[in-house]
Design a protein around this ligand. Structure first.
Ligand code: ADP
Ligand code: MG
Length: 340
């Protein structure tokens, strides 16, 4: 992408490439030069493709927020402090036409990046005949190691931040509106907007992730593919099983109301719906009070939803679900549904 590319990158640099003391060289040279000041580097990358991970008509503000949020959420799950990002853009149009798009994109990006003091330090910009595609590399720092999927132990309490299922409900609502989902979801406009805001602008739990790690939590994952799928990653990596109380799963009042008349969705949205970007943590019971205190000081809901059990070879599934202490068999298939 010649010609307009330079103006495009200059606009990006002006809007997003702010100075920071740990950035020796940011956007503009062949590579960024960063100064982690002796701390450990934590790196992650996520790609979003139009039509697969977002509706092509999404606003550039919301798109920027979400693309950054999903990457910061991965750093949160490790307990790292987010510092820097690199952004690769494959644009299906010519760069000359991108001034307004980029301005709006930069607004959505900074709304989240400034909250966490994250600097854009480089990237790549190419034209493509394919769909709009964004790849972000997020770099964070840690002084106390990281939280890992393989570190859950029998006896650990399973914690979840925030609430589960809002984004999945919002996606169903959006699919109904588009005629792609036949079963209607009766919902008022304000409630629909509240759920949609959760889907479009997830909140990466960076402060809580860092506090949990500092407090001694060893195991966490972020909830991007659905609670059961992501808890499943922990169970597989750690070689353990779990018991989860379905009646303890944290639901927003909007979701609880919406799903009251539809028990199948009431279970499916929080259990298998993706895109929540909450954290699932496994921690020894001795850490419970400190974790609850950390969550309270951040005004963040934190819920104990179950416990880690030793693996039993003859168990039918790695997760036993209970409802009011009775074990439950699921009325639906609980594979992760890939969706927008
Ligand atoms: P090179 O050809 O040396 O790779 P580029 O022309 O691709 O350089 O990029 C010039 C500068 O602009 C580099 O510092 C690069 O990191 C930055 N840059 C290019 N595209 C982006 C982008 N989408 N976001 C942030 N920085 C970018
Ligand atoms: Mg380049």
């Amino acid at each position: 992408m010649a010609g307009g590319e330079f103006a495009f990158i200059e606009q990006l640099r002006c809007r997003l490439g702010k100075m920071a003391s740990d950035v020796r060289l940011g956007i503009g040279d062949d590579a960024a030069w960063l100064d982690p000041a002796g701390r450990q580097l934590v790196a992650t990358m996520d790609t979003l493709v139009a039509g697969r991970h977002f509706f092509p008509e999404v606003s550039p503000e919301d798109l920027a927020w979400k693309a950054l949020a999903v990457n910061l959420s991965d750093l949160a799950a490790m307990g790292a402090e987010a510092r820097w990002c690199l952004l690769s853009l494959a644009l299906p149009w010519r760069a000359e036409g991108y001034g307004e798009w980029l301005e709006a994109f930069a607004t959505g990006w900074s709304a989240l990046a400034d909250r966490h003091d994250v600097t854009l330090v480089g990237g790549d910009t190419v034209a493509t005949d394919g769909p709009l595609t964004l790849s972000i590399t997020a770099l964070g720092l840690s002084g106390h190691g990281v939280m890992r999927r393989e570190a859950a132990r029998p006896g650990d309490v399973i914690w979840v931040t925030g609430t589960l299922g809002d984004a999945a409900a919002a996606l169903d609502l959006a699919l109904v509106e588009r005629g792609q989902e036949r079963r209607a979801v009766p919902c008022s406009a304000p409630r629909r907007d509240a759920l949609e805001a959760r889907r479009l602008r997830p909140t990466p739990r960076l402060e809580f992730g860092a506090a949990a790690l500092a407090g001694g939590v060893l195991c966490a994952v972020d909830c991007s593919d659905g609670f059961l799928a992501d808890l499943g990653h922990i169970l597989k990596a750690s070689g353990v099983h779990a018991q989860v109380a379905l009646d303890a799963l944290p639901l927003s009042p909007d979701l609880a109301d919406l799903a009251r008349t539809d028990p199948e969705r009431l279970q499916r949205w929080p259990l298998t719906g993706g895109d929540d970007y909450e954290l699932i943590l496994c921690a020894a019971p001795a850490l419970s009070t400190a974790l609850q205190e950390a969550a309270r000081s951040l005004s963040l809901r934190l819920t104990a939803v179950g416990s880690i059990l030793p693996a039993t070879p003859d168990a039918r599934a790695a997760v036993t679900l209970t409802w009011r202490d009775e074990s439950l068999s699921l009325p639906f298939s609980w594979g992760h549904v890939h969706a927008l």
